[in-house]
Design a protein around this ligand. Structure first.
Ligand code: G3P
Length: 218
């Protein structure tokens, strides 16, 4: 499974990219607002830091302007994945951008029917928002299971399931168990994947015992 980080905070991206485990980045208008910097500067900087797909979202809702925005965003760097919403105009734009060889991440997906349409529109990625489904009293990961079941019926579908709106490490683990292609993970959750109290306890015990030997390796 590929790990993307879900942020527009360049410092966080730099730190996590150094782990060697980062395969891409997703941003959206809210994350760009939080970064409090010009969008084009942020996207160009992120694209230079992480060679994998970097999602940059359009902000118009009509096909004509969304297409203009998508083409402009794609020109910022070769690894830009243009994000469009899962609407009729968004999928129309997706199809055209994909025919021009531009990566497209279709976002704000909340149903299997929507995900089926995104695959028909040749989306590079589909972003089901599991956390927001959880927030509304349902199990967002059941949507991932449904989408993966549908996509497996059609081997010619090239769309990768990019699990988004992740709230905790179990979303990542369950996504991996279901065979999702990508998880886009907030920085704090990504760092949390490393953590286990028994690892800390075990490491301390090893080092304490090693110290008692009086030996050194270097
Ligand atoms: O990539 C989409 C993600 O940023 C949405 O997350 O926490 O706003 O539901 P959230």
């Amino acid at each position: 499974m590929k790990f993307f980080v879900d942020t527009a905070d360049v410092a966080d991206i730099k730190d996590l990219a150094a782990s060697g485990l980062l395969d891409g980045v997703t941003t959206n208008p809210s994350l760009i607002m939080k970064a409090n910097r010009p969008m084009f500067d942020v996207i160009k900087e992120i694209c230079a830091l992480v060679p994998g797909p970097v999602s940059a979202e359009t902000v118009s809702t009509d096909h004509k302007r969304m297409l203009e925005e998508g083409r402009k965003l794609a020109k910022l760097a070769k690894n830009v994945a243009v994000k469009v919403p899962l609407t009729p105009d968004g999928l129309k734009t997706c199809k055209v951008l994909r025919s021009e060889g531009i990566m497209v991440n279709v976002t704000l997906c909340f149903s299997a029917a929507q995900a089926l349409l995104a695959a028909k529109a040749d989306a590079s990625f589909i972003s089901p928002f599991v956390g927001r489904i959880d927030d509304n009293g349902h199990d967002g990961m059941m949507l991932i299971d449904e989408i993966m079941t549908i996509y497996r019926q059609y081997p010619h579908f090239k769309t990768e399931v990019l699990v988004a709106s992740i709230r905790h490490t179990q979303h990542v683990v369950r996504a991996a168990k279901m065979g999702a292609h990508v998880a886009t993970v907030p920085p704090n959750v990504l760092r949390g994947l490393f953590k286990h109290v028994l690892t800390d306890i075990g490491l301390k015990a090893f080092l304490d015992d090693w110290a008692k030997t009086g030996q050194s390796i270097l």
